[in-house]
Design a binder for this molecule. Structure first.
Ligand code: FA5
Length: 368
């Protein structure tokens, strides 16, 4: 026994501890009595009470509590008083434990019902209908084009939007200072990269990575320093097509483009090719198809010509095959490229392709 404890009656110490506990416990007992009538709002308070009760338990039953000190004293009280003192300590411990457990159970019940109320769903309330989005008209048309070419045995190739001069120009037989660079002037970054001005760049990547023979289409975004007007945007979409194999000739090109356009616009569609020039194809041709609206007699959509211009095409230039590592003595191929935006504008009767990129939901919703 320490000097401080020597003069104190251990029974009085237990009594003092009991009083201290009762005093502190009173507010918990009150809380437990009222918790049945407490509303949801008291959830946070009940949680705080639960934490405070755990602290009370540690204070009165823990290793450093008065009760623990009393237990240590049991062996030191005179033998004839020991049994009675031991009982007193035990009784005190049992009382604290029982009281705390009762309140703990009441708080737990309260928390549970408060949480259930908070989380309850009223299944009779009318649901909130989520606003369904839909595909952009360019995506709708792009996916139709993809479906047609996949059914013709073409793979779909993903391209990069940022390119080096090599892929955008040199490898496509457009050397530095070639005049063909001018109409496809694009946006350059400071690191020598440029935004691609045509999807023809994917021809080179595809041949380099897959070799020949190959059949692929590459839909994607391209960029040009064009002044915006109803038929031009500085950012627009193209689809590139490439078929390389042994013995490929112009007839394959005409057959493929014709079949694609018939599947796209109907069996009656007629395709025509006009001689043209692209540095990466030789010979080159632009292709038109008979107007899907008037069938060729002339209307507003085809500007009374009966024909709609769609894109460029031709036989892949041997220099292009060579720069992509394909032997032009063994393989030949055709390529074509068309603008999706103008096609969408024609199909939906839009008189300005810029509408497609203004992100006006009132406009876009019409294509649902
Ligand atoms: C080319 O870009 C060639 N790469 C096409 C090609 C591929 C030829 C393979 C031969 C072989 P052109 O510059 O004509 O060609 O563009 C093709 C299509 O892109 C045009 O027919 C047009 O539909 C569309 N286009 C061109 N500039 C714009 C623009 N500023 N805004 C919207 N569409 C455009």
């Amino acid at each position: 026994m320490t000097d401080g404890q020597k003069n104190e009656d251990p029974k009085l110490q237990v009594e003092a501890a009991r009083k201290a506990f009762e005093q502190e416990f009173e507010r918990f007992a009150n809380f437990a009595d009222n918790s049945g009538s407490l509303s949801n709002v008291d959830l946070a308070r009940a949680e705080a009470e639960q934490r405070a009760l755990a602290e009370l338990r540690t204070r009165h039953l823990g290793k450093k509590s008065a009760l623990a000190a009393s237990k240590k004293m049991i062996g030191r009280v005179p033998a004839e008083e020991r049994a009675a003192f031991g009982q007193l300590v035990q009784q005190h411990e049992a009382e604290i434990t029982e009281n705390i457990e009762q309140v703990d159970a009441a708080i737990k019940r309260h928390l549970e019902s408060a949480r259930t109320t908070r989380e309850a769903l009223d299944v009779t309330l009318p649901g909130r209908r989520p606003r369904r989005g839909h595909r952009h008209p360019i995506t709708v048309v792009r996916e139709r084009i993809e479906d047609i070419f996949v059914s013709l045995g073409y793979a779909i190739e993903d391209g990069r939007e940022i390119e080096t001069d090599f892929y955008n120009f040199d490898a496509l037989n457009i050397p530095d200072n070639h005049p063909a660079r001018a109409p496809q002037d694009t946006f350059y970054t400071t690191e020598g990269f440029a935004l691609r001005s045509q999807t023809s760049t994917v021809q080179i990547h595809a041949m380099q990575s897959r070799g020949a023979p190959l059949r692929m289409i590459a839909p994607g975004r391209v960029f040009r320093r064009d002044t915006p007007d109803p038929t031009h945007n500085p950012m627009f979409f193209q689809v590139e097509g490439l078929c390389v194999d042994r013995g490929i000739n112009m007839a394959h090109l005409k057959g493929t483009v014709g079949e694609f356009l018939r599947r796209m616009f109907g069996e009656q569609t007629v395709t025509r090719f006009r001689p043209s020039y692209f540095p990466f194809t030789e010979p080159s041709a632009e292709f038109d198809f008979s107007c899907f609206k008037c069938g060729g007699t002339g209307c507003r959509i085809c500007k009374n010509s009966g024909w709609i211009e769609l894109g460029g095409s031709g036989m892949v230039h041997p220099n292009v095959l060579r720069s992509a590592g394909v032997d032009p003595e063994e393989f030949s191929g055709f390529a074509f490229g068309l603008g999706i935006d103008r096609m969408v504008a024609l199909m939906y009767g839009l008189d300005d392709i810029r509408l497609l990129f203004e992100n006006d939901v009132r406009f876009l919703e019409q294509f649902d």
